[in-house]
Ligand binder design. Sequence first.
Ligand SMILES: N[C@@H](CCC(=O)N[C@@H](CS)C(=O)NCC(=O)O)C(=O)O
Length: 288
Amino acid sequence: MSLELIAQNKSFAGWHKQYRHVSRTLGCDMRFAIFLPPQANDGPVPVVYWLSGLTCSDENFMQKAGAHQLAAELGLAIVAPDTSPRGSDGLDNAGNPIADDDSYDLGQGAGFYVDATQPPWNDHYHMYSYVVSELPQLIASHFPVSDKKALMGHSMGGHGAITIGLKNAQHYTSVSAFSPISNPMNCPWGEKAFSHYLGNNRDDWKAYDSCELMSAIEDASGYPPLWVDQGLADNFLTEQLKPEALQRAAEKVNYPLTLQQHDGYDHSYYFIASFIAQQLRFHAQYLR
Ligand SMILES: N[C@@H](CCC(=O)N[C@@H](CS)C(=O)NCC(=O)O)C(=O)O
């Protein structure tokens, strides 16, 4: 598994680097970004995986969240993958087109962190397996990282972080999200994506719905603690995000959820930048 360095920038005595690699899980070229704190020069550091939202690439978080200074202080690496298969100019390594759609909430930029089962998506849209297996293996084999991992994400990526954390509880010390799509089975973004990627049998959607996964837990001890920040002036709050459904599921099974609701904040990276320090400190206490 070789990596091609695309760009690098020194940042707060650490490094922001962008790479391209051939993904066997997705069957096409992929890009990701990594922030390596200065402590990585002296030995292995823990990794926080950041999963972005709709329309994002590996760049939005690294450029807008303002996370590097504190990550450098805390000695945390941060890895930000792309949000869907994209290939090179939309083509896979055999020169075939990667499925896409004109709308912003389906296809490229909208992988929803699932393994698609339906054509034409099932050829390349395997973001769940990419994030859970291939990407951490790639990071571990090329960078000075320890085996401690945490998950963070925003919106569609918040849904990704929570579902992946719940399905792989033993692999992550802690999970957090900004404005997650908490109950995708019951909101327009999720219903559209899941019906295309997973088909029309709603029972198949439950494996990727945070509320369903949480409600099915019998004993929440041993699951990673979950922290969620939500802006109360978020345009998508009522129709798409539904944090109250997640809170109800957590209460039902005694899940260790901290839900912080913030007056006046919207869905943007201004909100993320305002509370990123709090979430990084939350993870740092478990990753040490
Ligand atoms: N483009 C969509 C919204 C997409 C959106 O808000 N994307 C969020 C994630 S869900 C984002 O992070 N956008 C990129 C950015 O702000 O840098 C719309 O206009 O309704």
